[in-house]
Design a protein around this ligand. Sequence first.
Ligand code: AMP
Ligand code: MG
Length: 334
Amino acid sequence: MATELTVSVYRPRAEAGLVPDDLAAAHDEVTAVDRMMSLYRADSELVALNAKAGGGPVAVSAPLFEVLLAAEHYARLSSGAFDVTVQPLVELWGFYRVERAAIPPPARILKAKEQVGFARVALDTKARTATLAAGTRIDLGAIAKGYAVDAALDALRARGVRAALVNLGGNIGVLGRRPDGKPWAVGIQHPRANRLIGRLLFWDGAVATSGDYDRYFEAAGKRYSHVLDPRSGWPADGVYSLTVAAPNATAADALSTAGFVLGEGHGMALLDGCEGVAAVMVSPVDDTAGTYTIRMTARRESEPTRVEIDRDADFAVIEQSARSRASDCLQPTQ
Ligand code: AMP
Ligand code: MG
């Protein structure tokens, strides 16, 4: 999945001998997900599925099917802002090799957009098959890393580990409590400088960030980042980063991408309505002046996740006023 994995396992000293196998088990889970869902290896199950688009139903493995079902759920929840059928657009813009990325001709964007939309995928739960319309290609880059983190944590839990942290390219999931009794902490990156602007403190679950600073190119002074808006065919615009805390890493990964595309208004409204979810969005006020707005979901008393922002003249901090509706933003489990 073209990223790095860090696994931290905490065991009582008497169990220290088990840790090497814990790390190997977590690594094996992530490798297995990579083999199924990556587009960066020619032999993955997903590459084979994409190659069969237009050829009728294809039997898929249980993990891949579970992620496809989750992807369908988040596509619906975000009205298509999150959509794993975005692959032809990612390819067209050149984001698989970002050093070659460039603005494509508008006619080709329109053409690629015709192949995008989750309505072009049919999932049959009974038969566990996926049917892709001709020309449809799936990219799980916005959700599979979170799924891999959940799989690694499941493996550690099954081995009796009581506290652990898994970080797969900024998709972070934890198991249990930190042994020192403090909450887990994830730094929130300054969007344009190499420092942190604050941190998110959480007791369990997972955190993911979608940002415009990890994979992007610049043209005529403007930044184009790898998260695309499937509705326009152009890179999502208007948000620097979105950090989401959720009960599991699959949800955190999908929701951070979805909210990033939906932007300040609709994105924060969606996240505000999600039970058990906290979010921090950094967006520009004036890009050249270096002024930003930091939006946070309102804190529910029942949710112990906390956001600490370092007070800074460059930032206006806005806490969403109310959490009006509560929708179920978690993917269905099988
Ligand atoms: P993330 O870093 O989790 O936000 O995922 C971004 C990656 O997901 C991109 O590099 C693409 O491979 C893919 N992607 C881009 N735009 C979308 C989108 N709107 N919905 C789903 N996946 C996307
Ligand atoms: Mg994501």
